[in-house]
Design a protein around this ligand. Sequence first.
Ligand code: 5RP
Length: 219
Amino acid sequence: MTTEEMKRAAAHAALAYVPNGAIVGVGTGSTVNFFIDALQSIRARIAGTVSSSRASTERLRQLGIPVLDLNQVEGVPIYVDGADEVTARLHMIKGGGGALTGEKIVAAMAARFVCIADQAKKKDVLGAFPLPVEVIPLARSHVARQMAALGGRPVLREGFVSDYGNLILDVHGLDIPDPVGLEGRLDQIAGMVTNGIFARRRADVLLLGTDTGVSTLTA
Ligand code: 5RP
């Protein structure tokens, strides 16, 4: 199976987790794009969606799938999103597509987080993928120094501005044996909007596309 086929298979498997009449939280990325396309087939049995990014909102609307304002919904029964890295404990690095802030907010509201990914994303320890952190432009150098003090090598994502007008630093060289601890520590840095560790609110289910089919892991 190709990577694309594994992503598509994981995305299709996520449809089974969508309750009838639900508002569906939709993440961002190429794997989620397969999910959005698949969601079209069950459009009639969902109440609508809430989206984590402008890119996903646009794709959903192009397919005629209603997108609600996150501030107008009280809860999100299910959130489906991809990951850049995911462990057996369902801790993740996210934000490769730069949508980490919207993703963390929708994830925080979600009753159930279903992560969809291809087998290359599964890791024993997080950190080989550079950790994305979203920063207020004024705080770029301050946050970069803080990340360097933690042993990372921050690199500004050139030419990228987030949906909220902010910058992304991709932090290389971090070993992350304690994702919950590091996520909390990074949340204390002034000027950092969001860090790409999703561990305190980890996924509840991982649907992993593999050469032999979709395997399911639960937290
Ligand atoms: C975007 C994300 C994505 O979920 C992550 O980058 C995975 O993307 P893809 O499905 O394209 O591999 O966090 O901010």
